[in-house]
Design a protein around this ligand. Sequence first.
Ligand code: HEM
Length: 231
Amino acid sequence: MTESTPPRRRAGRSGWLAPAGLIALSLVPVAAGAFRVAELSSGAAVTPANARFFDSPVPVVVHVIASSVFLVLGALQFAPALRRRRWHRLAGRIVAPAGLLSALSALWMTLFYAMPAINGPALFVMRLVLGAAMAAAIVVAFAAIRRGDVARHSAWMTRAYAIGLGAGTQVLVFLPWTLVLGAPAQTAHDVLMGAGWAINLVVAEVLIRRRAGRSARLPAPTPSAAPARLS
Ligand code: HEM
């Protein structure tokens, strides 16, 4: 970028960094999901590692498709250029139900799949708490935007997205551990899964507070500039 690049264009370009980073972080779980769906639809061999998915394929297929849509389309919701257009509202009508399906199918699998022994009781509890929290955050965000409360909507969708993106951050957390120490045992496995979610939730809270601080410094919007309610 040159010094003569107009500030507006510079800001426009940097506005795409967050969505691009979020999509990059989503790539591994989205690819893993595509692999699992391909395996289920191609009649691959049933092994102890994948038997639960063959026994009950609907929840995992719903989970993979809904989660992938939520992460990829949801990442674009963070682009300021798209937030000012009709795109954000139209995409939101897909992203919110996809997020709900992702969370509800996650809860279903947690409760009814025969999980491998590597998943400990702490992970079971975390999945129940965070799956419920993700669904609740989307409902609160939807109710907020129906009232025209953009700040609350944005904060709760950011929290829901942070929980969903745990699948991506967990890859980054597991990678160095596995390279240095080998595959983690049950307790370490649960701690690493929890660390992925914790990192995302801390980053989300920092962003939410920073956004709140920025909008507190802006002049109050005139009635004509106020955000319209969703129909
Ligand atoms: C929105 C982003 C998410 C993506 C992209 C994603 C991706 C996936 C994928 C690809 C699988 C299949 C794993 C396999 O084939 O072995 C899976 C399974 C699962 N996911 Fe997610 N997931 C997401 C969010 C969540 C959340 C938020 C939770 C819980 C709070 C969750 C809980 C589960 C559970 C319980 C399973 C079944 C695991 C098993 O049987 O071993 N997922 N997810």
